[in-house]
Design a protein around this ligand. Structure first.
Ligand code: BGC
Length: 422
């Protein structure tokens, strides 16, 4: 009955990052940024989703959605609230969360750095300052010693390619700089930070006789396509791809056990660097083009070039009433299935996001969750959405059924039937 079956050991999960769901932490730069009024809907991450208080209930939700894996993040500002001072209660909290996740059969993927920085670190110049490597690596060592026995997959840094651009080029994340030299400095420091962290994480796992560490980093993988009509746009596309992607992977590919791909959308590129929407494609609430066939191309081209195992560490859609998400989910899983059929080594899929979280530039009014969070309710009540129930059903079936394709396929699959890459 299952027509589009996934491998039996495939990981089915969803993702969160610490500051986007936890709350109860004010000493990081995204909170400071939010209270300066830099978030579109005026909300802030401190009082958004209350996952730090409600993590036990949230683990139950993961199980109710049949997950066998989940990705969470660590909040650096909470674990090391002052330079060199580590909060053992915070570490105990994360240990408890991971133990509970494992007890219900979830494989745990943990992100060490996901955009937010402690304020004491930003006072030292943040990621622009090369001495930051020392602080980052000390933090990595601490959390790996404390938590490594419970972690199946480490992600050293979330989307270094997006962070540098948003924080130091477009100025839309803190510290809000718009400087090309700073952007390059930050990318360089993140690349070095990853490579050194990779070695240390492996060493600590070995010294403690834990299972061999599995370490990757996750990249924002926008699919770039040259706009028609001018051959120079192709050059623009190649440059955009190089600057935001290949430059990052080429330099670290020997320090990766897997690549975390985070795919949301495809953009058209006009020479030299302007990106625009594709005409006539469905759009998410944030105006991003929904093009699941391009997901196939991303997965296939990544595999062809790097031959490293792939985990899809984020993929999802911003959508108010769950009108797009069920079809988005089915159509992206369909193309993921096709990629696996073509020999691409994709080992897991983590939907973004588990919960309606605090979205980076936009705030809580831009929901990505499989689970609805009532942000107006003092208890931030959760309700699994139809897409969350559908995902649970897909996981229970071990793949997509023809009925699911028939019901949801029309929206985004038809018309893109032929994968164009391999
Ligand atoms: C980030 C998430 C973010 C999502 C949607 C990804 O680039 O890792 O933190 O919420 O995109 O914008």
């Amino acid at each position: 009955m299952i027509k589009y079956a996934f491998p039996a050991d495939f990981l089915w999960g969803s993702s969160t990052s610490a500051f986007q769901v936890e709350g109860d932490c004010k000493n990081h730069d995204f909170y400071e940024w939010a209270v300066k009024g830099r978030i579109k809907d005026g909300t802030n991450p401190d009082d958004a989703v209350h996952h730090y208080r409600k993590y036990i209930e949230d683990i139950e939700l993961l199980k109710a959605m049949n997950h066998n894996a989940a990705r969470i993040g660590l909040e650096w500002a909470r674990i090391e609230p002052e330079e060199g001072v580590f909060d053992q209660n915070a570490i105990g909290h994360y240990r408890d969360e991971l133990i509970r996740m494992r007890n219900v059969g979830l494989k745990c993927m943990v992100t060490i750095h996901h955009f937010a920085n402690p304020l004491w670190l930003t006072a030292k110049g943040g990621w622009k300052n090369p001495t930051l490597l020392h602080f980052y690596l000390r933090f990595v060592e601490k959390v790996v010693y404390e938590l490594g026995d419970l972690v199946d997959f480490w992600l050293t840094i979330n989307e270094p390619n997006c962070y540098g651009i948003m924080a130091y080029f477009f100025g839309e994340f803190p510290p809000g700089e718009k400087s090309i030299p700073s952007f390059f400095k930050v990318s360089r420091n993140m690349i070095r930070a990853h490579c050194l962290a990779y070695q240390r994480i492996h060493r600590i796992h070995r010294e403690n006789n834990w299972q061999e560490a599995v370490v990757g980093w996750s990249l924002a993988w926008v699919h770039f396509e040259a706009a028609p009509g001018n051959p120079l746009h192709r050059l623009g596309r190649a440059l955009a791809h190089f600057l935001t992607l290949s430059r990052f992977i080429n330099r670290i590919k020997d320090s990766l056990d897997f690549i975390g791909i985070q795919y949301y959308r495809s953009d058209l590129v006009r020479f030299p660097f302007t990106t625009t929407n594709h005409p006539d494609t469905p759009k998410s609430k944030l105006g991003w083009d929904i093009m699941p066939d391009r997901f196939y191309e991303v997965l296939a081209s990544c595999w062809k070039k790097y031959h490293l195992p792939i985990y899809v560490t984020e993929n999802g859609v911003c959508d108010d009433n769950d009108e797009l998400r069920p079809a988005y989910l089915v159509s992206h899983l369909y193309y993921l299935w096709k990629a696996i059929q073509s020999g691409v080594d994709v080992r897991g899929y983590f939907h973004w996001s588990t919960l309606d979280n605090f979205e980076l530039v936009d705030g809580v009014c831009s929901p990505f969750g499989l689970v609805h969070v009532d942000h107006a309710h003092p208890d931030r009540t959760r309700t699994i959405k139809p897409s969350g129930r559908l995902y649970a059903e897909i996981i229970a079936q071990g793949g997509l059924t023809q009925e699911m394709i028939d019901e949801y396929g029309d929206k985004f699959i038809k018309g893109y039937e032929t994968p164009r890459f391999i």
